[in-house]
Every structure is written in structure tokens, then in C-alpha cells.
Design a protein around this ligand. Structure first.
Ligand SMILES: Nc1ncnc2c1ncn2[C@@H]1O[C@H](COP(=O)(O)OP(=O)(O)OP(=O)(O)O)[C@@H](O)[C@H]1O
Ligand SMILES: [Mg+2]
Length: 477
């Protein structure tokens, strides 16, 4: 149990699902983190600047209120009046207010602490030069904001209003907002997790099912199909897989049939020879005439075997993909005439007339030897499957981009149900009639293979007892 869990866990972390979910989550978390940093920065800056503006405005108000009394501030009455003003402001804005003279001496302090001390600070220095200034400082855990503005009377800087205020509230406010934001972002991250799991599922489920199917095909289960949903890249992959498994199934089926056909075809002559030789061996003495007859039977079976093996070897050789056609520019007319000349003696024995009609001479690029073999097989069939006194007409026509060689006979014809199979290896219509005529059933397979190597095609039309028309179509270029 433990082992299974460990393997599952290991597989999970290697899975595309996990990679998608983790990448997506890391991305979202990174974006949220950047957003938080940006918002925090922005909030601090804007709050600090707002507080600075407020403090400076406050300082300016105090400055303008007390400016007329500055010259007289040593007078007890005036001093207490000014003191009231700064204490009131100090209370209102919860800040400490100091009035400083040109020599940086503290004249008044709302907290009554710093009076008659020197306050040599940058802000005070700036204010004495006529510049309003405000800065924030950190003392241990606290933030403090200093602001200083000049006190101007009759266009002359006669002192400084210095204010200090605890700025912790700025950071506390920002932190409060951030706390809420972090909760919202955590919820967003949580929701993102489910969204990413959902999308990872959409992507990885079909891939997993495809992997399962590939495994099944590897085990020889060629009829395996995957369910294709949608027409995206994954759908296209599924469709490609399904076409591949159909193709594999066909190839495997053809291979099985081929092996079984070859064994069967080789066994038939073997069985005949076995029977004949057993018969010969069963008695001590036979007449010489019987010996001869039996030996002739064996001899013809050996010929048949040789024929089958030769045809098979030829077929296998031309089926090899790497086969190179030996192209040469050829007058098709002459090629056909040559084939007819070869077959004529056999035709004459059956009193079959072979004619050849062609309107003009046609020259195309082809492998002479192979095309001759192809024509021999087809014209040979026409003669073979036409009874005595029949007719075979060969014609050559020039079409636009192709040429057509038609071989027509008025022989026994092919039943409609057999037409689709006559190009299959070892296929022969009606075994009984085939046995009488002899043959291996490989002739048309070889012919078709040769035509296909030339990028051409073969068409068949046939009517029982009326005749057959086989047309070879070859591209001119
Ligand atoms: N012109 C034709 N007329 C009638 N049947 C034909 C004709 N051509 C082919 N066939 C049928 O198609 C079958 C397949 O032909 P194919 O040439 O492949 O084999 P085959 O002639 O029997 O043997 P071989 O390998 O010696 O040629 C033949 O057995 C025959 O039944
Ligand atoms: Mg044949």
C-alpha cells in the first residue's frame, strides 16, 4: 500500500497536471505579491505626502497668526497670548509646536520642554532660508514627521514654526488596508487553484487517455480508438492516432492474410507431391509408364512452386519502398506491340485475335522492364480468361495529363462481387476455374504495384460472360 502511494505521489509530481497547476499558482502568487508591494508603496507615499501637506498648512497658519507678535514676544502678556495660540494648535493637531528665533533658539514649546534650547535641524535651517520642509524619521519603533516653515513679517524671516507629529498612524492605516488585501488575495489564490486544476484536467485527461491507447496498440490491440472532443490541437492528435491505428490494423491484417495465403499456396503443391510419392512408394513395382506419369505430375507441381516463389519474390522486391524505378523516355506504342508479340503464340493456340489501336504515338517516362511485366500480366489474363475464338483489343489514348491503356476482352468476365478483390494477393475468382487455368493469383497484385509506383491507377469494368475491360492510367509527367 505504502509503495503504491509513493509511486502515485512520484508520478503525480512528474505529471503535466502538477506542472500546469504549480506554474499557474506560482505565476498568480508572483503577480499578487508584486501588486501588494506596489499598492503598499503607493499608499505610504500618498499618505505621507498628504500628512506633510496638512502639517505644512497648519504650520503656515500658526506662522501667520503669530508673526505680528514676534517682535514683542518677551513681553509677558504677548508671550502668553502666543503661547495660547500654539498650545491650542498643538492640541487640535496632536502635534508638538515650537517657535524658534533666527539664532535657532527655541522661544516657545507647546510641551514647555525645549524652551531656550538650541534646535539645529535641517528643517529649521531650510525654513530660515525661506524653504518649507517636511521629513519623516524613524526612532526605534516609531515614525515621526518634522515640518518647519518660516515666520515672515514685513518681508523678513524672523523665525521658524517647527512641528513634530507621530506618524505611526500612516503605517498603521496602510497595514490595515494591506491586511484586508492579503485576505482577498489569498481567496483569489484559492479560487485560482481550482481554476488551474480544472484547466490542467482539460489538457491532461485526453493526453492520459491517448497514452493508455498507445500502450494498448503496443500490445497488439490495433483496433483501439480514442474519443475525440473538439477540434483543437489535442483533437487533431486524437484524430491522427485513430487514423494511425486503423492503418496499423489494416497492415497487420494484410500481413496475417499474406502469411496464411503463402503457407496455403505452398502447401497445395506439396500435398500433391506427397500423395504422388506416397503412392509410388506404396508398391515395389510399377509400370514404367505409371512412373513417368507420376513423375510428370511431381515435375509440374515443382514448376508451380517455382512460379509462386518467383512471383512472390518479385512482388516483395517491388514492394520495398526503396525501390528505384529505372525511368527512360519510351514510346508506349512500341512497348505494347512488344508485349502483344510475346503473347501472340499463346493467343494463336486458342485462336484469339489480339488487336491494337492507337491514334498517335505517345512518348512518356517509365520503367520499361516493369511496365512490360505489368502489361504482360494484364494482357496475359485477357487471353487466359477468354475462350477459344475470342478477341482481345488493346487501345492507347492520349488524355490531357494522362495516357490510358485499355485491355478489353470478350471472355468469361468477373462476377461483380469479386471485382474489388482481384488485385489482392492470391485472389482468384472461383478456385475451380482458376485451378483449370493455372496461376498463382499474384499477377494483378504485381501489375497494380507497378502502376502505383508510376503514380498511376487501374480501373476495372467487367460483365459475366461478356468480357472485361482493364484500363491503366499513367501520368505523363
Ligand atoms: N481478363 C480477365 N477476365 C476474367 N477474369 C479475370 C481477368 N483478369 C483477371 N481475372 C480474375 O482475377 C484473378 C486474379 O488475376 P491474377 O492475374 O492476379 O491471377 P491469376 O491470373 O489467377 O494468376 P497469375 O498469378 O498466374 O496471373 C484471376 O484468377 C481471374 O479469376
Ligand atoms: Mg494472371
Amino acid at each position: 500500500m505504502g509503495t503504491i502511494l509513493r509511486i502515485r505521489k512520484k508520478e503525480f509530481f512528474k505529471s503535466i497536471r502538477w506542472k500546469l497547476v504549480s506554474t499557474y499558482l506560482i505565476l498568480i502568487a508572483f503577480i499578487l505579491l508584486l501588486t501588494i508591494i506596489f499598492i503598499r508603496d503607493y499608499l505610504i507615499k500618498s499618505n505621507v505626502s498628504e500628512t506633510q501637506t496638512n502639517q505644512l498648512a497648519q504650520s503656515n497658519i500658526i506662522s501667520s497668526q503669530i508673526a505680528p507678535f514676534m517682535n514683542n514676544v518677551n513681553n509677558a502678556y504677548t508671550r502668553s497670548y502666543v503661547e495660547d495660540i500654539i498650545k491650542q494648535h498643538s492640541l487640535d493637531s496632536r502635534s508638538r509646536v515650537l517657535v524658534i528665533d533666527q539664532e535657532m533658539h527655541v522661544i516657545l514649546d507647546s510641551y514647555d520642554d525645549f524652551e531656550s534650547q538650541n534646535l539645529d535641524l535641517v528643517e529649521v535651517d531650510n525654513a530660515l532660508m525661506g524653504i518649507n520642509s517636511a521629513n519623516i524619521y524613524r526612532y526605534k519603533t516609531d515614525y515621526i514627521m518634522y515640518t518647519a516653515v518660516p515666520i515672515i513679517f514685513q518681508n523678513e524671516i524672523i523665525g521658524v514654526i517647527f512641528m513634530s507629529v507621530n506618524a505611526d498612524f500612516i503605517f498603521e492605516n496602510v497595514q490595515n488596508i494591506l491586511d484586508k488585501l492579503i485576505i482577498i488575495f489569498l481567496i483569489a489564490l484559492f479560487v485560482s487553484f481550482f481554476i488551474s486544476v480544472f484547466f490542467a484536467e482539460i489538457i491532461s485527461t485526453p493526453i492520459e487517455s491517448l497514452t493508455e491507447s498507445v500502450k494498448k496498440v503496443t500490445l497488439g490491440n490495433y483496433q483501439t480508438k480514442v474519443e475525440v472532443k473538439g477540434n483543437d490541437e489535442i483533437g487533431a492528435l486524437g484524430n491522427a492516432f485513430n487514423s494511425m491505428s486503423v492503418k496499423l490494423f489494416q497492415v497487420d491484417d494484410r500481413r496475417k492474410k499474406f502469411v496464411s495465403n503463402v503457407s496455403h499456396e505452398l502447401r497445395t503443391p506439396m500435398t500433391s507431391m506427397k500423395i504422388v510419392s506416397d503412392t509410388l512408394l506404396s508398391q515395389d513395382h510399377w509400370d514404367e509408364a505409371i512412373y513417368r506419369e507420376f513423375m510428370q505430375d511431381i515435375n509440374s507441381e515443382v514448376d508451380r512452386l517455382n512460379n509462386i516463389i518467383d512471383s512472390l519474390l518479385y512482388l516483395v522486391r517491388i514492394e520495398k519502398d526503396e525501390i528505384e524505378l529505372d525511368y527512360s523516355v519510351t514510346y508506349v506504342n512500341y512497348l505494347i506491340e512488344k508485349v502483344i508479340k510475346t503473347i501472340k503464340p499463346i493467343a494463336q493456340m486458342k485462336h484469339i485475335e489480339i488487336t491494337f489501336i492507337s491514334n498517335n504515338k505517345i512518348q512518356i517516362n517509365l520503367d520499361q522492364e516493369k511496365m512490360q511485366q505489368c502489361l504482360l500480366n494484364i494482357v496475359g489474363n485477357a487471353v487466359k480468361y477468354t475462350p477459344e475464338n475470342g478477341m482481345v483489343n488493346v487501345s492507347l489514348t492520349d488524355r490531357r495529363d494522362t495516357i490510358a491503356i485499355s485491355i478489353m476482352d470478350n471472355g468469361i468476365g468477373i462476377p461483380e462481387k469479386d471485382v474489388p478483390f482481384i488485385f489482392d494477393r492470391f485472389y482468384r475468382v472461383d478456385e475451380a476455374r482458376a485451378r483449370k487455368t493455372g496461376g498463382t493469383g499474384l499477377g494483378l497484385s504485381i501489375a497494380q504495384q507497378i502502376v502505383q509506383l508510376h503514380q498511376g491507377s487501374i480501373e476495372v469494368t467487367s460483365h459475366m460472360n461478356q468480357g472485361t475491360d482493364i484500363t491503366i492510367i499513367l501520368p505523363k509527367h
